[in-house]
Design a protein around this ligand. Structure first.
Ligand code: CMC
Length: 388
């Protein structure tokens, strides 16, 4: 007789206690340390939210200044790390390279092996929040065959990211405040989402006592799939494939057909069955960015708006609680900024880093046991090896 519960997909199993993020999926509520996501998106910024996730409280003005400067202090990566990139094909998927180079950070910071030391854990958190955007931009530059751009500490976090992505040694353009604000919001809206697949992966890897950089690399791998962080790239590919509003009905019918594996990407969520509060802010940011760039008539936006309307009025989607999620509009914003779709999940990973590391740190700071799910064995009963 099995003494444990069978819960495929962990639909009803709480694997830990956490004080970081609260979600009420039925009501569309998302709180970080008690603060609603829409208020954080409006009044806070990404680095302040990182501090909040890590330390539990909003920083004072002085604490914020120290935190921002500390992150700036860690933005460069070891020169030796540049050589890793040469081992990858130029057309490698950016997430494949991210899994490798983020994991490789563990080889550079041996002090991070002492995970019992709270100071070391926080230094690892600072290094990750600071270096992942640098690595993300390097991945992009590598794919373009352009030189890596060093971080600039006179810029804020998102401006610096856009600088490392789009500037070259020949030309350094000023970064538009509207675009850097949009980038900051995208990072902030992805900063944490409690025990999703990638965060649970980071916790599971961390529960063995593994190095934090290796744990975050495992989270990046889990994020890659189209059911999770890969959805933003899949949404854009889908909108391009739909191509014209006149084709939407065909794609909606495909999504409803149980014989067809196609799903409307950017729709549905394991926890939100009413609306995704992040999607609302993302849509507003999308409008701001397209207005700034004079792209209000963007054909992909037109398809997205019509698709949202048709799908959310359809009985199939209503009955199953399927609404646009955070990734439905993020791809349109990123594309408008000039970021190619293969990079979208890397942007998600960059934004999610503080959530992953805050959960890892919370787990290591408290009593924890190695994660070890059980199974229901459905294979052959014991049998004897055939005699020859
Ligand atoms: N299009 C069409 N039907 C869908 C969709 C969709 N996007 N999502 C779920 N369904 C149907 C599904 O076929 C099932 O129908 P039925 O009850 O008749 O069998 C029902 O809705 C429940 O779906 P499920 O697969 O049991 O739900 P889940 O909680 O296991 O999966 C999900 C959640 C997000 C993986 C899924 O909704 C999905 O694949 N969505 C598209 C991918 C996507 O946008 N992912 C990003 C999630 S938000 C960002 C993040 O947190 O990573």
């Amino acid at each position: 007789k099995n003494l444990f519960t069978y819960d495929p997909g962990f639909v009803s199993t709480a694997a830990c206690e956490s004080k970081i993020t609260f979600i009420d999926g039925a009501k569309g509520i998302l709180l970080h340390r008690g603060y609603p996501i829409d208020q954080l998106a409006e009044k806070s910024d990404y680095l302040e939210t990182c501090f909040l996730l890590l330390h539990g409280e909003l920083p004072t003005a002085e604490e914020k200044e120290v935190f921002v400067n500390t992150i700036k202090n860690h933005t460069m990566v070891h020169e030796q790390l540049n050589h890793f990139f040469n081992g990858f094909r130029r057309d490698a998927h950016p997430m494949a390279i991210m899994c490798g180079v983020v994991g490789a950070l563990s080889a550079f910071y041996h002090d991070s092996m002492d995970i019992s030391n709270p100071e070391h854990r926080i230094i690892s958190a600072h290094r990750l929040i600071a270096k992942i955007p640098t690595l993300a931009a390097m991945v992009y530059k590598y794919s373009m065959g352009q030189p890596f751009m060093y971080p600039r500490n006179d810029l804020n976090y998102s401006e610096n990211f856009l600088h490392m992505m789009f500037n070259t040694p020949c030309e350094e353009k000023a970064i538009s405040p509207v675009l850097s604000k949009a980038m900051d919001r995208i990072f902030l809206l992805h900063a944490d989402h409690e025990q999703n697949a990638s965060t649970s992966t980071v916790r599971l890897a961390g529960s063995t006592g593994a190095n934090p950089f290796a744990c975050i690399a495992s989270g990046i791998a889990a994020l890659w799939g189209p059911a999770h962080g890969g959805a933003n790239e899949a949404v854009l590919n889908m909108l391009e494939e739909i191509g014209d509003v006149s084709n939407i009905d065909t794609f909606v019918a495909k999504a409803k057909d149980k014989e067809d594996p196609f799903r409307l990407m950017g729709f549905g969520h394991r926890v939100y069955k009413n609306f995704d509060p992040r999607a609302k802010v993302m849509k507003q940011t999308c409008d701001e960015v397209l207005a700034e760039l004079g792209m209000e008539n963007d054909p992909l936006l037109k398809i997205a708006l019509k698709l949202e309307k048709i799908a959310t009025e359809d009985e199939y989607f209503i009955k199953r609680g399927l609404y646009p999620n955070v990734d439905f509009y993020s791809g349109i914003i990123l594309k408008a900024i000039g970021i190619p779709s293969e990079m979208f999940t890397v942007i998600f990973a960059t934004g999610r880093t503080p959530g992953w590391i805050a959960h890892w740190n919370e787990m290591i700071s408290n009593d924890y046991r190695i994660g070890r799910p059980r199974q229901l064995y459905t294979g052959s009963p014991k049998r004897d090896y055939p005699s020859k």
